[in-house]
Design a protein around this ligand. Structure first.
Ligand code: HEC
Ligand code: HEC
Length: 212
């Protein structure tokens, strides 16, 4: 009897308390794709942010912030409600998005592939166009003020989301929101206000190189 109880306990421990359902995540994502692109690469020239490959916990936190209206997002209001997207669905869609890998370049033309496959591969390419500015000055600013949370290469860490490979237009809008107080950004608002505007321009110039 004790052996059986022990065996049972081992089995119970082996089963994860909650596993994300990627298929459900993919299904939920269909409505999001209209704005965020079929592979979560973003769209509208950066009006809609890239979501693919972002940290699932970060994505889920933002969805919660939209639901509670702590972070305002009018286009997403109909989608970010408890009824449309309960907690489990948020976790599933976040896990689904995190595992999507975008490409930086088109597959070489000599790689054998049928036309449809090539078209699908092309849709997965996200390459941020170079932004004008002094990249070296942008790097200095980034390394001293941002890297510890957003990663040395802008890849994101547990303390902050990825910035490399995100649409610059979207990032710019977020900084405006941080400055006018519409969105919270740790304690670093002063990083954006107490410095020459060219530093921010240079920051975009540098960040736009990081996904190459
Ligand atoms: C009608 C267009 C639209 C649809 C549909 C939509 N979104 Fe969005 N989403 C946006 C816009 C616009 C933003 C950027 C808001 C801003 O500028 O702050 C955004 C931002 C986000 C962000 C924040 C990203 C970041 O880097 O902080 C997440 C996460 C997100 N959307 C997830 C989803 C999910 C999941 C769905 C589907 C359930 C979805 N969205 C459907 C328009 C849309
Ligand atoms: C102490 C950690 C920390 C530092 C330092 C920091 N950030 Fe952030 N940043 C965050 C966190 C956390 C978020 C997500 C905020 C939220 O939950 O809405 C964020 C979000 C952002 C976003 C929005 C990203 C998105 O996908 O919506 C931008 C843009 C950004 N930070 C830029 C910067 C820049 C530029 C610097 C340097 C001047 C910087 N951050 C320094 C932690 C940090």
């Amino acid at each position: 009897m004790r052996a059986l109880a022990l065996a049972l306990a081992v089995v119970l421990i082996a089963i994860p308390a909650y596993g994300e359902d990627l298929e459900n995540g993919e299904e939920i994502y269909e409505v999001c794709a209209a704005c965020h692109g079929p592979y979560g690469q973003g769209g509208g020239g950066g009006v809609y942010p890239r979501l693919a490959g972002m940290d699932a916990e970060y994505l889920a936190d933002q969805m919660e912030a939209f639901k509670s209206r702590e972070r305002e997002n009018i286009p997403m209001l109909p989608y970010a409600t408890e009824r449309e997207l309960p907690e489990e669905d948020v976790e599933d869609v976040a896990a689904y998005l995190m595992q999507i890998k975008l490409a930086k370049h088109l597959p070489p033309i000599d790689v054998p592939m049928d036309a449809l496959e090539r078209l699908n591969q092309a849709k997965k390419v996200l390459n941020i166009p170079l932004a004008p500015g002094d990249q070296a000055n942008g790097k200095k600013f980034y390394d001293t003020s941002c890297a510890r949370c957003h990663g040395t290469q802008g890849e994101g860490t547990a303390r902050g989301p990825l910035l490399a490979g995100q649409h610059i237009k979207y990032l710019k809008k977020q900084i405006e929101r941080f400055v006018d107080g519409q969105r919270k950004h740790m304690k670093t608002k002063r990083d954006f206000v107490d410095r020459p505007a060219t530093d921010i321009t240079d920051l975009w110039a540098y960040l736009s190189t990081l996904d190459d």
